[in-house]
Ligand binder design. Sequence first.
Ligand SMILES: NC(=O)c1ccc[n+]([C@@H]2O[C@H](COP(=O)([O-])OP(=O)(O)OC[C@H]3O[C@@H](n4cnc5c(N)ncnc54)[C@H](O)[C@@H]3O)[C@@H](O)[C@H]2O)c1
Length: 295
Amino acid sequence: MQQIKKVFVVGSGLMGGGIAQVSAVAGYEVVMHDISDERTDLGMAAIKKSLERFLSKEKITQEQFDGALARLKTTTKLEDAADADLCVEAVFENIDVKREAFGTLDKLCPAHTILASNTSAIPISSIAAATQRPENVVGTHFFSPVPMMRLCEIITGVQTSEETLGAAEAWAKSVGKTTVRVLKDHAGFIANRIFLPMIMEAISLLEVGVASPDDIDTTMKLGFNHPMGPLELADMIGIDVLRNAVTAVYNDTQDHKFSPPPLMKRMVAAGLFGQKSKKGFYDYTTGEKVSYWKL
Ligand SMILES: NC(=O)c1ccc[n+]([C@@H]2O[C@H](COP(=O)([O-])OP(=O)(O)OC[C@H]3O[C@@H](n4cnc5c(N)ncnc54)[C@H](O)[C@@H]3O)[C@@H](O)[C@H]2O)c1
């Protein structure tokens, strides 16, 4: 199986930063890329803060902390991917931006380089089609926050080779993740295929007045041992982010399970995105989560 030594991460936001961090801690040489120095600086600052938290909780040693930072470099030049064994893309969830990045990486990187995408919903095969090496293109879908969440879905495109899947799996395991294999390039993969309908159903129940947000969340927490209820979780992820994700799956499948409920669309239109806009299914303006939804 192919040896991965150098990892190039495209996009130094929430997910790209997390992927760069876990790779550096695991001993890989990592270069993290973004479109400007401001973005890579923000990404590095977030990684340092996260590593400091791990160090203060004794989850990593001082040696691991120093080693990870020493192995991490940043760049704004995609050309620096030219000696990478694995490129992991975590740019905006936009097919044109991703296809452009893959097309350029394909021209710059040697034949053995694996090109992976962290997309949540875009078919891997349509990203792979921007390259001349679809057999080396794979989905590696991490979860947020990457350093904490243990899962990575490994997604096969229609032409992905077994060798590429195996190498991506081995790398994800080596950075501390448990992998599951998504055997078909199926919109929503495994996780969002199950998760998104649950969130949509919780919103629909609220919309038709079956129960309050508190009671819907309490039901799933106490009845099914979920650590968070679906509506508070939706507020944390962002109602707009979830609406985009569910719409992408709906567009691909035309399956009504993935059709965003009218209430969700109205909330996005009204700027009620959840925690980041201080109001969603709950009100966070006082710094505490307060139920304000009147049925
Ligand atoms: N946020 C999540 O919970 C989550 C979970 C799983 C998967 N994802 C997926 O991961 C990807 C990244 O999401 P995120 O939450 O980290 O987004 P983000 O907005 O935090 O970061 C995206 C970064 O990509 C950079 N970027 C944009 N275009 C670029 C380009 N052409 N070249 C280099 N960098 C570029 C941006 O400047 C930004 O820093 C998306 O595809 C998203 O769907 C996100």
